[in-house]
Design a protein around this ligand. Structure first.
Ligand SMILES: Cc1cc2nc3c(=O)[nH]c(=O)nc-3n(C[C@H](O)[C@H](O)[C@H](O)COP(=O)(O)OP(=O)(O)OC[C@H]3O[C@@H](n4cnc5c(N)ncnc54)[C@H](O)[C@@H]3O)c2cc1C
Length: 452
């Protein structure tokens, strides 16, 4: 479907099915009321990680009296965007993107982001325990493995710089020699790397559970409801008119949890957040075939820009994605492309034999790809998410542009915009890293980290 010439995230016929969505929750196509309500105090657009976090915060974690009328609209099924199609990797970025942010904004601002990302692990752990969420949450070490000598050298220089700064979070980061990468991480050809704490989980189950809790506290969920337009101005009563595929809803406040698809709905963001496609797989060894158990999660870095991420699930299978270097040359296939119905054949082929090529002890595993799917990420031009008040649109809030790295970022971002919408908390008091604040200036990006 298109509107004003922009593609909207309608499910294309036969769109790729992720492993995570093979067990649909009863809420997958839920509509709390047969008709779309005509009014909402707070309208959340988008039923992924941010939308679920915001709904949970508004109604379950920080309920107000009288309770606001909260409606969540989702274009497709619940959690059918990036959150339901990702790698499940809850892995803080400690020193990779941090180098870029340090160069641009100074090390203190960059370190705020590192701390924020690390804090997600404890926050998600506490949440899962409190709500008794069955989502396979597991904490482990993550092995960041460098195959390219020069890239490793550069990473080590920055790692040592952060250690010299005395940041407490660096105590958890361990440098690994080539021998250690083979003996501990069982990687065949890495030149060296680092390890640090990380986690993984079943994202769809987390989101469905949070939404179920929010519904029990009054959330009205409307799946299969595409928003096509937000009116230019508010009515005399202070409501934004929002046109959907199932009628118009008037909303006092709006939370845009639309990630990759934000620019299609709010054109002001169309240069700042670009929908970019990625690929992910589930791989498993043949039943009974010998293979080395892997101790943690991985980032396999072949050379700058060539990257694979990987988690070992508790059922013995692996979720492995990335390999964008194989399709990046063909820009139309991935850049500004919101169509998650088509695969990248060249990248999909890369995962056949990937385990055997990459890890020691997998030669006779007969490991093969069980599921392969694509998903759409919201890449931001400056590599930072946009969170806060939409410039010039009072009552509209955004948390989007997570750069394929939302798992340790999006939950607290959703909570922050919920607080901004519900209790008028200022961005500066949300605890978010200062660099995440959306602004008019950032809508005309000076960096192009996506193509540049
Ligand atoms: C293949 C892939 C692998 C990834 N792997 C990882 C990983 O391992 N670790 C990690 O940290 N991050 C990963 N990510 C990124 C991570 O999944 C995202 O950053 C995160 O899920 C973003 O959550 P969200 O709620 O902002 O977006 P989404 O989950 O995309 O939710 C946005 C929702 O808004 C809906 N929507 C959009 N426009 C409209 C509209 N007009 N009307 C109604 N609804 C609308 C969409 O249908 C969608 O469901 C990956 C992403 C992909 C695609």
């Amino acid at each position: 479907m298109s509107y004003n010439g922009k593609l909207f995230p309608q499910p294309a016929a036969g769109y790729t099915q992720s492993f995570w969505r093979t067990q649909p929750d009863p809420l997958d196509t839920h509509q709390t009321s047969p008709d779309l309500p005509s009014e909402a105090d707070i309208l959340i657009i988008g039923g992924g990680y941010v939308g679920a976090s915001a709904a949970y915060r508004l109604l379950a974690e920080n309920p107000q009296e009288p309770a606001p009328r909260v409606v969540l609209v989702e274009a497709r099924e619940l959690c059918s965007g990036a959150t339901g199609r990702n790698g499940g990797h809850l892995r803080p970025d400690i020193y990779a993107a941090t180098a870029r942010f340090t160069e641009r904004y100074g090390v203190e601002a960059a370190a705020e982001i590192v701390r924020f990302e690390i804090s997600h692990m404890k926050v998600i752990e506490d949440l899962v325990r409190k709500e008794k969420i069955d989502c396979d949450l597991t904490f482990t070490r993550s092995y960041d493995m460098y195959f390219d000598e020069e890239e490793l050298k550069k990473a080590k220089v920055f790692y040592e710089y952060l250690v010299d700064q005395g940041f407490d979070f660096m105590e958890d980061v361990k440098y690994m020699s080539r021998q250690e990468t083979q003996e501990t991480a069982h990687v065949r050809d890495a030149k060296g790397g680092f390890s640090f704490s990380a986690g993984h989980l079943w994202p769809y189950k987390l989101i469905a559970h949070l939404i179920r809790v929010a519904i029990s506290h009054g959330l009205n969920l409307q799946t299969n409801t595409l928003v096509s337009e937000i009116g230019e101005s508010r009515t005399a009563e202070g409501f934004w008119p929002v046109t959907t595929s199932r009628g118009v809803i008037h909303a006092r406040k709006i939370i845009l949890a639309t990630n990759a698809f934000t620019g299609a709905l709010v054109p002001e963001y169309s240069k700042a957040i670009i929908p970019c496609k990625g690929i992910c797989t589930q791989i498993a060894a043949a039943p009974g075939a010998p293979h080395q158990e892997l101790p943690g999660t991985y980032a396999i870095r072949y050379h700058p820009g060539a990257f694979i991420y990987q988690i070992s699930r508790n059922d013995g299978s692996l979720i492995v994605g990335g390999a964008s270097h194989l399709f990046k040359k063909d820009r139309e296939q991935w850049y500004n492309n919101p169509d998650d119905s088509k695969l990248f054949t060249v990248a999909a082929d890369h995962f056949d034999g990937y385990m055997q090529r990459t890890f020691l002890g997998w030669d006779d595993s007969k490991a093969e790809v069980k599921h392969v799917w694509t998903g759409v990420m919201g890449y931001s031009a400056d590599s930072l998410p946009h969170v806060g008040n939409v410039p010039g649109k009072p009552g509209q809030f955004i948390a989007a542009g997570f750069n394929g790295h939302g798992m340790p970022v999006a939950f607290l971002s959703g909570k922050a915009v919920a607080d901004m919408a519900q209790t008028s908390v200022a961005f500066e008091d949300t605890g978010l890293p200062r660099l995440f604040k959306t602004s008019e200036a950032r809508l005309e990006p000076v960096f192009d980290d996506i193509l540049g």
